[in-house]
Design a protein around this ligand. Sequence first.
Ligand code: ATP
Ligand code: MG
Length: 483
Amino acid sequence: MPPDIAKIYLQADLQVLKSGGVQDYEAPVRFADGIRRDCRLIKSVFRNKEGEPAGIVGIMFDLSEKNQMLADQRQLAAAVEQSPDAIVITDLQGVITYVNQAFTKVSGYTAAEAIGDRPSLLKSGRQSAELYTELWRTVSNGGVWSGRLVNRAKDGRLFIEDAKVLPAFDSSGVPTHYIAVKRDVTAVVELERQILSAQKLEAVGRLAAGIAHEINTPTQYVGDNTRFFENSFLQILIVVQWYDRLERAVRQGEPTGDVLRGLGEAKANSDLEFALDEIPKALEQSLEGIARITEIVAAMKEFSHPGSEEKTPFDLNAGIRSTTTVARNEWKYVATLELELALALPPVPCHPGDINQVVLNLVVNAAHAIADRRAAEGTQALGVIRVATAVEGSSAEIRISDSGTGIPESIREKIFEPFFTTKAVGKGTGQGLALAHNVVVDKHGGSIACESEVGVGTTFIIRLPLRDSKLAELELEGEPTHA
Ligand SMILES: Nc1ncnc2c1ncn2[C@@H]1O[C@H](COP(=O)(O)OP(=O)(O)OP(=O)(O)O)[C@@H](O)[C@H]1O
Ligand SMILES: [Mg+2]
């Protein structure tokens, strides 16, 4: 042994010779390969027949592997403990065995408070029973569940987490624990909400000019017609007054010659025939105009549906009618609109204002694509935008098709990315589809897909779950079921 190590042994040996008993210590040992390894040494003195120390016997364990393992474990533990994501480990019965610092920080519960309890500790009452059933079914079948959870911290504050829950297995593949890795996305969700409402405001701003125009046209002819009624009324009044005089003259047996002459003149001046012909038509047109204005105003009201925290049952078809009405000015110069709305569409649990916004984004995109195609082909022919609804299994489906440019294969992957746009500055910011994706997929648990052929057109297909997952209120309670 090199002198520095030999010195340790010598001291230890002298000590055990003096004290007797069993000695147990750790020291480095240089192995035959020249590498120093940490070892545990257990030594004892053996004695001759006379009972005097005759030598030292010892055993040596190589600790380097175990120490390395411990160091590795400590490193891993530190990584888990200090991870910015909250990590919760439960046993197979769903009882918490470990939480890290991030969990403590976001939830307000100390490790001591959480361990031994269940994840339902964070129950907010905002989660559906089905979500938890689905979670347990997935992980107890060995799968990874991921989704968004609304939880309640110890101080009552709600927070939102994107969570992944997965089983952990031992070396023989038997599940031993469940692990949840959760990221606090409350701030992200709030930001998404702000972007959504900013986009809504922007849309209202953009639509306002079109809506004003839509209201102006009927207002104008209702006004013209009303002035026409006013004139006609005065002329008719004069004629009616002459008839009055005539009646009086006849009743009183007076001569009627003058009166008849006056009546004839009044009739000739008033163009009575024209008035009597036109008034019914003008009345009808005015009533139509007023109905049109009423429709637009109702559509505006319906479109800007005040957002609520809760999903409400929504008549999707009515939403589509009003959204396409407020957006009429966006599409009417380039396309005709065909609505194929399913007659027996059950109410869809959703945030109506957000869904209207999604439909608007897609209809505006469709109109732009048709305008681009018309410009490219130099044609005046109107394109077609078709909006159809249907029940597909347990979902309500909205299909928005256009006869526009189509979307080239090369960008189809990117269209849902925020800020991806092929449009000029001022015409598009690339948020429409990103927002649609966020609303449909993240907020409603639905799906949005796109079918497109360049030169033919594009169809966007939205599916929204019809079943409200809030029906039964069962939380992450009790034992997970092993299917
Ligand atoms: N119906 C469609 N037909 C052809 N291309 C489309 C259609 N819908 C979307 N796109 C393409 O996808 C891109 C992204 O659409 P998105 O709605 O997200 O943003 P935008 O329309 O460019 O801008 P914004 O909606 O923010 O005003 C568009 O720029 C366009 O290239
Ligand atoms: Mg768009």
